[in-house]
Design a protein around this ligand. Structure first.
Ligand code: SP5
Ligand code: ZN
Length: 364
């Protein structure tokens, strides 16, 4: 299997996020992608491919072009008013602020502009953020190209991730929604419906929002119940799509402590829905923050589950464009991705291979 990787992700390296009002070291760090690359490079079954440039048009097709233009200059904009080493908003556009008052203008102040586009405090912008986010989209679209060229599966090692960014905002460690860009591009180029399966721990509110009114893109997500988990404002089971998209959105919120067996049962529900939907390609938003040791999530999945999840997703018999999203327990992240992808390929979990620093319970 090819995996697509760009070293440009290293340009996005903020050091602090604000969680619960407290500055903390970033969880979404460059080492995540490096760990995954190392694990796949150490396995003969994977071959690295570099991305090709796809330009900005596929991004403008799913995001507000004004936001894309903003992100291009956001760092310079920030520097006109602040010497702080990373740009984080403090005043965020709440929908109730202008209730009954008509549309808001993009603020003249750089700090105001940041709060106009960014919806939370955990997604800092640094000098290389835009170039890294653009490269992540090129990685995703190159992964999709490999599948369109005839490969049954390819994996895009996207970083920063994407699924929290809706059409006109960014946040959740995400800037451009890579999975959504790929899905939209596939719909246009194949004229077929496309299903998205999101197995990141967090609900992909951005992806859901982008396609909520669309019948040609199915969004299926398994995630921590938004009654307790980020992103709080989307991901409930009663969100099933609107207008033409009614019925083309399936949320499966899961309880704290969700284990391998409960997760696999929920996955089977999601896969049934995808089977019943048309199309020949599935876009997977792959997050490994469902792992029992993840520092910001509360599921209890083991490494052996990832092989089985990959195997079951492949059993759909569809081509797969697999896009990296979250996963923050860095020591086991590469090995968990590797197992997922080996499951897809029907190869053994190879629990003896991989990084010698890691130890796991027996595979399936
Ligand atoms: C792509 C992706 O996985 N983004 C995740 C963004 C989540 N950021 C906020 C997490 C807040 C978690 N607070 C829980 C504290 C646990 N002690
Ligand atoms: Zn996540």
């Amino acid at each position: 299997m090819h995996f697509v990787y760009s070293p440009k992700h290293l340009l996005h390296n903020p050091d602090t996020e604000i969680q619960e009002g407290v500055p903390l070291p970033m969880f979404e760090v460059p080492q995540r992608a490096e760990r995954i690359r190392q694990a796949l490079e150490a396995d003969d079954g994977f071959e690295l491919a570099l991305p090709t440039e796809h330009g900005v048009a596929p991004i403008d097709a799913v995001h507000d072009p004004a936001m894309v233009r903003y992100l291009e200059t956001a760092w310079r904009d920030w520097r006109t008013m602040s010497t702080n080493p990373q740009a984080v908003p403090d005043t965020i556009l709440h929908p109730a602020l202008r209730e009954g008052m008509g549309p808001v203008r993009q603020p003249a102040s750089p700090l105001g502009r940041l709060g106009y586009w960014c919806f939370e405090t955990m997604t800092p912008i640094v000098p290389g953020t835009y170039d890294a986010a653009r490269a992540a989209v090129d990685v995703a679209l190159t992964t999709s190209d490999l599948v369109l060229a005839g490969e049954s599966t390819a994996y895009g090692l996207c970083r920063p991730p994407g699924h929290h960014s809706p059409h006109s905002a960014f946040g959740g460690y995400c800037f451009f929604n890579c999975a959504a860009v790929v899905a939209e591009d596939l719909v246009r180029s194949t004229q077929e419906p496309v299903a998205i399966l999101d197995v990141d721990y967090h609900h992909g509110n951005g992806t859901q929002q982008i396609f909520y009114g669309r019948a040609d893109v199915l969004y299926v997500s398994l995630h921590g119940d938004p009654d307790r988990a980020y992103p709080y404002f989307a991901g409930h089971a009663d969100e099933t799509g609107a207008g033409a998209g009614a019925g083309a959105n399936l949320n499966i919120p899961l309880a704290s402590g969700c284990d391998d067996a409960s997760y696999l049962a929920a996955l089977d529900r999601g896969l049934e829905r995808i089977s019943a939907f048309g199309g020949t390609i599935v876009v997977v938003s792959l997050g490994l923050d469902t792992y029992g040791q993840d520092p910001i999530a509360d599921f209890a999945l083991t490494s052996s589950a990832y092989w089985e999840i990959g195997r079951r997703v492949a059993s759909l018999g569809r081509r797969l464009v697999i896009i990296q999203e979250g996963g923050y327990f860095v020591p086991h992240l590469g090995e968990n991705v590797r197992r997922w992808l080996r499951g897809v390929e029907g190869r053994t979990p190879d629990i003896s291979g991989g990084q010698p620093t890691n130890r796991w319970p027996a595979g399936p």
